[in-house]
Write a protein that binds this ligand. Sequence first.
Ligand SMILES: NC(=O)c1ccc[n+]([C@@H]2O[C@H](COP(=O)([O-])OP(=O)(O)OC[C@H]3O[C@@H](n4cnc5c(N)ncnc54)[C@H](O)[C@@H]3O)[C@@H](O)[C@H]2O)c1
Length: 337
Amino acid sequence: MQRVLITGTAGFIGFHLAKRLLSHGVRVHGFDAMTDYYDVTLKRRRQEMLLQSEGFSVTEAYLEDGSKFRDCADDFKPDVIVHLAAQAGVRYSLENPKAYLDSNLAGTFNVMEAAHAHEVQHLLLASTSSVYGANTQMPFKETDQTDTPLTFYAATKKANDAMAHSYAHLWNIPTTMFRFFTVYGPWGRPDLALFKFVDAILDDRPIDVYNHGDMYRDFTYIDDLVRGIHLLIDAAPIRPETPDEVPDGDSLSPVAPFRVVNIGNSEKVRLMDFIDAIEEHLGKKAVRNYMPMQKGDVPATWADASLLAELTGYKPQTDIKDGIAEFVTWFRDYYQK
Ligand SMILES: NC(=O)c1ccc[n+]([C@@H]2O[C@H](COP(=O)([O-])OP(=O)(O)OC[C@H]3O[C@@H](n4cnc5c(N)ncnc54)[C@H](O)[C@@H]3O)[C@@H](O)[C@H]2O)c1
């Protein structure tokens, strides 16, 4: 039975990934500190649900505690590590950059050390479309340069690319770096737009619409995302014997078993259409509070997900209206609104 250590299992994506792997007979150990960046009750509920599975166990601790993480890996003996725990969120990185330094740099270092010590078959780490920074050429491709991060969050994730590449090269750790685009769905994060909009509309509060609504996002439905991750677990990169072996359009490093893969829907949705779809599902109009662009934000994200399709034969495709409907059903049931 495959043994997968997942960091961030009380979080939105980690919870869904653990659930999927458990339902496919994988043994999962979670690692999460239950940070109070958002509602800890939601995190506890996710964790309680996972603990109902026999194949799931968990360690509650901070990644920055390197010996704790090492002990956890020593006890569990993972074949694969999926590192999803992080201080996430673009906007909060303006308020509390130190949280990103601690979780995303020191924390990720400890995960890489454990991956090295255990000679895991595959280390997979979460990065973000935010690393494309000020790039305007769309859709974003993994081989595009990422030299213009616009927030400290993006900078820490870009640093993770470099850190993980060095370990992949030095210690021959097959490593995949995901770039996620705006992920949404049931059990989603309270700090993200869909949650905030639905909550505000149901409570008759206005919603803040940034850049006067002139924004586009590549929204990825959570089930599509975790399916993509699951498939990529079995697609560990192999170090090419010569740089010429790297296929055109592949982000595979010429010198290490290291690859970057976008997981996105390959479709950009206008913010205004997104809000219209939410209103339609709620049967209620939003009061729109038009605002200027926020510092550090980008007007558009859009994934080229052809490498994911090439590697796994899979293409995320949930229609945004269906995904919003699933979220709204969960939200109304969970919060009894
Ligand atoms: N959700 C998205 O739209 C999105 C988009 C791009 C990238 N990402 C990345 O995907 C990953 C998962 O995101 P998510 O949406 O599930 O976020 P999340 O905040 O819901 O989950 C992260 C989990 O990590 C835990 N955590 C944070 N810092 C920790 C630390 N120092 N030690 C131990 N645990 C810690 C938190 O308690 C939380 O449960 C993150 O790396 C994030 O940067 C997410």
